[in-house]
Ligand binder design. Structure first.
Ligand SMILES: Cc1cc2nc3c(=O)[nH]c(=O)nc-3n(C[C@H](O)[C@H](O)[C@H](O)COP(=O)(O)OP(=O)(O)OC[C@H]3O[C@@H](n4cnc5c(N)ncnc54)[C@H](O)[C@@H]3O)c2cc1C
Length: 456
């Protein structure tokens, strides 16, 4: 391909790539993700990788010419981790989207990074299996992005986050060498766990080009409950009561009144008329309905209305309502999504703190939460042209972090640090941890060309 940029380092890389573009429309598309971040400039171009050899070639050129490279999956990230600016080249992996192999006996799948999360589950279902980490964005996010962010999701309440479901990885290092991490056995402790290190490294240590994923037997049955509450505090107390009842829901999702209103307006549903806060709870496996009975007894003192889903269709509609929370809010404006985690018995405290932040900063806060994990997504909606990295939106995000910290929690439960949360990183990790993490990054990427300015 030709570029008009002259013989800059990135132009040399782009010129030598089999599939690349410097078209403005493409550069705009890959300059940001779904975080609401407005990039100050556009990347120099984008390389579309179709195979491992093309990733290796790109990274060898990037190292030779010292061109910063931003790996990109499906661009659904919520921390601006895949955002890119002038002087950088985006490496788009969405075209490496084949499911290479499913082994129903060993219960694993070997996939390329651009495969969408939902596609893995559709393929696994044909064998009576499923892939557990299911972000609400399952239909639109890639496995490579899930691995890079250590994504969570609804079923993580019972089955754990991405790190618990990735057995091994093939990774292209910044200089083009190929590293294989992990193993294809369920157990194994040889050497340091580089697999775990790579998962959640936000594209800063290497580029995932193949993953072996752990599948699990699909639950024999699932029981679904929708519960409505007079306010979000009551819903939070009910969620804590479920945890205290020593049962293990497979899904426990909370939405507050303003979010229900947005979902109803966008999806034509009527949840808000039934209550000012909502809990979606599922139990699964052989004892699903026994667990459901215990769950209902735990929440009855707090709920104003409880419905058991009569059939799979009703259950799917309830799950869809939760999955549509962010897209429904995006219809109202630019959405800034926070991702704090708190101990699960502090849910009521965190909602009280969020209400205070809303009063102090003057911003409206919409709340959804993976309640079983204590992982909340307070969201702020600003005008489409308004920045989320300054003014009241930024101030509220900072206050949310300090609230989580006071309650013994964390800055990010599953979306990652990306570009948007680096301001508070040192305060959570401390100097020594951060120093060691920079040293590790330097071992993998001594020239600092992989996703600079992100994550740590
Ligand atoms: C409606 C909606 C709902 C969401 N719900 C959830 C949720 O429930 N749980 C959750 O965890 N997240 C959720 N997200 C956030 C997002 O979907 C996840 O972070 C997802 O893992 C990002 O995947 P992606 O393919 O879009 O990655 P991108 O946005 O393209 O990239 C994310 C990060 O991964 C890196 N990266 C991408 N591919 C690779 C690769 N092959 N090798 C190395 N690095 C790579 C990028 O550099 C970047 O740092 C949601 C997003 C939306 C829009």
């Amino acid at each position: 391909m030709n570029t008009t940029d002259g013989p800059t380092a990135s132009a040399r890389l782009l010129n030598a790539s089999a599939h690349a573009s410097t078209a403005r429309g493409e550069r705009v598309r890959v300059s940001t993700d779904r975080s609401g971040y407005l990039p100050p400039s556009l990347p120099d171009g984008v390389v579309y990788a179709r195979c491992v050899e093309e990733v290796v070639h790109t990274m060898e050129l990037a190292t030779a010419h010292r061109v910063p490279v931003v790996p990109r999956g499906a661009g659904t990230g919520l921390a601006a981790g895949a955002s890119a600016r002038a002087g950088e080249v985006v490496l788009d992996l969405s075209g490496m989207n084949r499911i290479l192999h499913i082994d129903p006996v060993e219960q694993l799948a070997v996939v390329e990074p651009g495969v969408l999360n939902a596609e893995v589950n559709a393929a696994a279902a044909a064998h009576g299996l499923f892939y557990a980490p299911d972000p609400a964005s399952t239909a639109i996010c890639s496995i490579g992005g899930n691995i890079a962010t250590n994504a969570g999701g609804m079923w993580c309440a019972k089955y754990g986050v991405t790190r618990e479901s990735v057995l091994s990885l093939r990774v292209v290092l910044p200089d083009g060498r190929i590293l294989v991490t992990g193993r294809n056995t369920l157990k194994g402790v040889t050497g340091y766990d580089l697999n775990a290190l790579l998962i959640g490294s936000e594209g800063t240590l290497g580029i995932v080009v193949e993953a072996t994923l752990r599948l699990r037997p699909a639950p024999i049955q699932t029981a679904t409950v929708a519960a409505y509450f007079a306010d979000v505090d009551a819903a939070a107390m009910a969620a804590s009561a479920i945890i205290a009842a020593r049962i293990q829901p497979s899904v426990l999702e909370l939405m507050d009144g303003p979010t229900l209103e947005a979902v109803d307006a966008a999806q034509g549903t009527g949840h808000r008329s039934k209550g000012a806060a909502f809990l979606l709870a599922q139990t699964d496996g052989y004892g699903a309905f026994l667990e459901q009975d215990v769950l209902i007894r735990a929440i009855e003192p707090f709920a104003t209305h409880i419905e058991k889903a009569a059939d799979a269709e009703t259950a799917a509609a309830l799950v869809a309502a939760r999955r549509q929370a962010i897209p429904s809010l995006e219809r109202l404006g630019r959405v800034s999504i926070c991702d704090i985690g708190v101990p699960r018995n502090r849910l009521a405290d965190v909602f009280a703190g969020l209400a205070e932040i809303s009063r102090n900063t003057g911003v409206g806060i919409y709340n959804v939460a993976h309640a079983a994990d204590g992982n909340l997504h307070p969201m702020i909606v600003v005008d489409p042209g308004e920045s989320i990295t300054e003014g009241p939106a930024k101030a509220a995000l900072a206050e949310m972090f300090y609230l989580a910290k006071r309650l013994g929690g964390t800055l990010t439960g599953e979306h990652g640090v990306g570009l948007l949360k680096r301001d508070w990183l040192q305060e959570e990790l401390g100097d020594l941890s951060l120093e060691l993490q920079h040293a590790i990054r330097n071992v993998f990427d001594p020239k600092g060309i992989l996703n600079p300015g992100k994550a740590i």
